[in-house]
Write a protein that binds this ligand. Structure first.
Ligand SMILES: Cc1ncc(COP(=O)(O)O)c(C=O)c1O
Length: 505
């Protein structure tokens, strides 16, 4: 029997055989036969078992190790299959006498830790993508700490209800849905989205124009794949959603960043500076990251410019629903001729970011192109989540949730404004915003966003400098302060901690 979780036995009778080195761990996740197989292979690679050397019978090895005989049989069989061991009638099992050099010297041979590695031939694009490694590490699996932006109020999400809807769908899901789904998205979800856009965002479209994607980044990738040729010009707000700009650059486009002011993108500068472009990417309902709403004259001027130069406007309406003063403004898309604007939405902020569901509304004659590209790149979004979301919308939970969140976010924003005025006034101004899920902290006295981020990290907080989303130098430096997923207590505590950390600098 294995004693405790680990057993190690050696026998004097088989001194050459490195039983001493065998150590099987019953508690490990890896099955015992796999552990044995790996350790024997390792002994061959490292020369502790020599070519031609005889191994104990499976029966006696199993006995010595205190494991079932099948464990030894399975391990031997696998190594025979791989060519490391041979069996011959009468002479038992031996290490192959003529182990091909390939098996011993193959770069893949040897314990994983000591294996040689060959660097993959990464492209220039891949090397640029590597600049996002810190984002991956920072995100990790850890819960957000104040003031991480881009996260919704996970604490207020109706999880029990979502679980119920998921369980109901799982029980009743048809076989067809498990096989595959329409690349454009699960039809009832497209119907629900089209209905919602008509009533909440003033956007009239049919369900066939809605293409469900795996979130805003996937949507942008789709647009870049279908509409951009290398060398095309794409215009972006500055500061703006540079994560989209990055994808356009990967597709070979030249990204031109243009300033924003209180009314949104500076369209006069755009007209003067860019006579021709393929796309312009804007966030009219709540400019990312500064939060202002694009005024009606600017919207009309932007559409005019796009009509003149034949550019397509991408309207990223990532959280147009969250307006705290007056009613949400209808989407810009409703003001323009069909085909001039591609409207994109995401459920990341409305429900929760890990859901990874978003959509794009495309003109009827473009549907087939988008559907084909969806099929090629990703097939379709996961059907279970799509079906649950369709139910969530159809049964009225979605509208109710968004209404509740609007009230909750307005409250949390108020708490942040108040707490920042109390604790952070010496370092930054944090004015309220009519939209969005974060505020901007306008820095004072030569303080930089990077210094604030450093101080925040030293206090166990997360603050993102606005410069991360800027193409050039910002006229006035600032930081992004997310408040949506944090309780009033967490917010108050965090402004105090940040103030102390900044005072210590
Ligand atoms: C400007 C903007 N667009 C879109 C999104 C949504 O992105 P995704 O759907 O990929 O989560 C975000 C999320 O932070 C955003 O800030």
């Amino acid at each position: 029997m294995l004693a405790g979780s680990t057993s190690r036995r050696a026998t004097a009778s088989r001194q050459r055989f490195p039983l001493d080195a065998l150590s099987l761990d019953e508690a490990a996740e890896e099955p015992l036969y796999r552990q044995l197989e790996d350790q024997l292979r390792d002994a061959i690679w490292t020369g502790r078992l020599l070519p031609g050397e005889r191994l104990p019978s499976t029966r006696s090895l199993a006995q010595d190790l205190g494991v079932a005989r099948n464990t030894a049989i399975n391990a031997y069989n696998q190594l025979i299959l791989e060519g490391y061991l041979v069996t011959a009638k009468g002479s038992g099992t031996r290490v192959a006498a003529d182990l091909p050099e390939r098996l011993l010297r193959a770069p893949g041979a040897g314990p994983a830790a000591t294996r040689e590695t060959r660097p993959l031939p990464f492209t220039r694009n891949a090397r640029r993508i590597a600049s996002f490694r810190p984002w991956v590490e920072a995100g990790g699996d850890l819960p957000s700490r104040p003031f991480r932006p881009h996260v919704s109020a996970i604490d207020a999400f109706p999880r029990a209800l979502w679980e119920q809807l998921t369980a109901r769908r799982l029980r009743s899901m048809s076989r067809a849905l498990l096989e595959r789904t329409d690349p454009r998205g699960y039809r009832p979800l497209r119907e629900a989205i089209a209905g919602y856009l008509g009533s909440a965002r003033g956007l009239v479209c049919g369900p066939d124009q809605v293409i469900v994607t795996g979130g805003a980044q996937r949507t942008t990738e789709l647009i870049a794949t279908l509409l951009l040729e290398p060398g095309d010009t794409v215009c972006l707000e500055d500061p703006g959603y540079t994560l989209a700009g990055f994808l356009f650059e990967l597709a070979g486009a030249r990204v031109v960043s243009l300033p924003v002011d209180d009314e949104g993108l500076d369209v006069a500068r755009l007209s003067a500076q860019v006579p021709e472009a393929k796309l312009v990417y804007v966030t009219p309902s709540s400019q990312f990251p500064l939060g202002m709403t694009m005024t009606l004259p600017r919207r009309l001027a932007l559409i005019d410019w796009a009509e003149r130069c034949g550019a397509v406007i991408v309207e990223d309406d990532y959280n147009g629903e969250y307006r705290y003063a007056g009613r949400p403004l209808p989407a810009l898309s409703g003001l323009a001729p069909q085909g001039r604007v591609l409207y994109t939405g995401s459920f990341s902020k409305l429900l929760f970011p890990a859901l990874r569901l978003g959509y794009i509304v495309v003109p009827p004659d473009a549907v087939e192109h988008f559907a084909a590209a969806r099929w090629l790149l990703d097939r379709h979004a996961p059907p279970l989540e799509q079906a649950v979301l369709a139910d969530f919308i159809d049964e009225g939970h979605f509208a109710r949730h968004v209404r509740r969140m609007r009230t909750l976010y307005a409250e949390r924003q108020g708490v942040l404004v108040e707490a920042a005025a109390r604790d952070l006034a010496g370092f930054m101004d944090v004015p309220p915003s009519e939209s969005g899920l974060h505020l901007i902290g306008w820095l004072k006295g030569g303080l930089t966003g990077d210094r604030v981020a450093e101080a925040a990290a030293s206090a166990g907080l997360e603050v993102v400098p606005t410069s991360m989303f800027a193409a050039g130098r910002l006229e006035r430096d600032s930081v992004i302060l997310g408040y949506a997923p944090f309780t009033p207590r967490q917010i108050r505590r965090a402004t105090q901690d940040l103030a102390h950390a900044l005072a210590r600098r």
